[in-house]
Design a protein around this ligand. Sequence first.
Ligand code: ADP
Ligand code: MG
Length: 405
Amino acid sequence: MSHTLSVREIPFASRRVFLRVDFNVPLEAGRITDDTRLAAALPTIRLLLDGGASIVCASHLGRPKGKPRPEASLRPVAARLQELLGRKVTLAPDCVGAEVEGMARALPRGGVLLLENLRFHAGEEQNDDAFARGLAALGEAYVNDAFGAAHRAHASVAAITAHLKPAAAGLLMDREIGMLTRLRDRPEKPYVALLGGAKVSDKIDLIDHLLGRVDAILVGGAMAYTFLKAAGVAVGGSRVEADRVDAARATAARARERGVRLVLPVDHIVADGPAPGRPSDTTPGAAIPDGMVGLDVGPQTRAVFGAEIARARTVFWNGPLGLFEVAPYDQGTLAAARAIAAAERCFSVVGGGDSVAAITRLGLADRFAHVSTGGGASLEFLSGLTLPGVAALDSASGDAPVASR
Ligand code: ADP
Ligand code: MG
């Protein structure tokens, strides 16, 4: 059995820890609009600093494609992290090289150095071994708390563990792996998955994997129209992935064979286009008239989904049920969030950037058993795939002394 070492199991006092975090925050005109990801890394940072370590902190930000770009600088992140931590955070001019190594070596106990954007170097996304060695030279131990980047085989999460040991999971990474493993391997029944969002193609692997585990899959969002079309229901001008209709039909057939109920919307909120302010209408049934597009699930569907959720002992939710950014098409998503929050004795997990944004906006995040910080990473994990960032920690722990737990 592979074992992921936890940061609590490695000696880090008086050591310089290379800490990979996910500080890929949204920026508008150089200002951070949501610092959830910074806050999520604070427990690990505090644990390390309180335990007498110094930290060399590394992250990617945006898609600078292997070249330094001022608009993708981590400078605003350094400033915000310094505020949140209440101690000095120095931004390095780069993430590898002699100057940065000098700055890392000069760090006092309790010092924090934030490296400049890892993706300013092409070697990061190429999982390049020489680049990984350059990163490894900056630390004396490796901790990965970037669950949101764990599904990428990139140098700072994968190749680096061959050169820097011990290698351990941070508190956030550890919690994500623990909660998602419980959901994947030991879900209490009835287990209901609620899936929405824009595209079937993003989630078809997940659905196929879930078929072997869940009792029901409730489908909303734009994804539902592809499934409805596959079932021969009229969808008007709604978003359909024409090249996935056959795949959706095959998935529906597999669900029937396995005795999993695939529950599609029974009514919709429609309009003649997705722009805000247009008059909207509620369909009496599942069919959508010509010239109309579906933008949210209707009231009957909200009730059907709500009843399924109320009976469930495990719920996994990914993807908004409508165009929730535009009122009034947020009602299906809000109703689902409230239904899950109200479900008693239910192990509820939500993953996905937009779904998490929706429950955070409602102030319901603390009513869920687990809110995953990794969109793509959580979906791949639940799809049964091995995440490169987790595999790299596991293989690195094979030759490290492992405390029992
Ligand atoms: P997540 O980030 O939670 O994984 P996705 O990225 O898959 O979710 O999908 C979110 C997007 O899907 C949102 O921008 C939402 O507006 C869109 N969406 C959901 N339902 C509809 C719909 N009926 N019509 C248009 N867009 C939709
Ligand atoms: Mg999204």
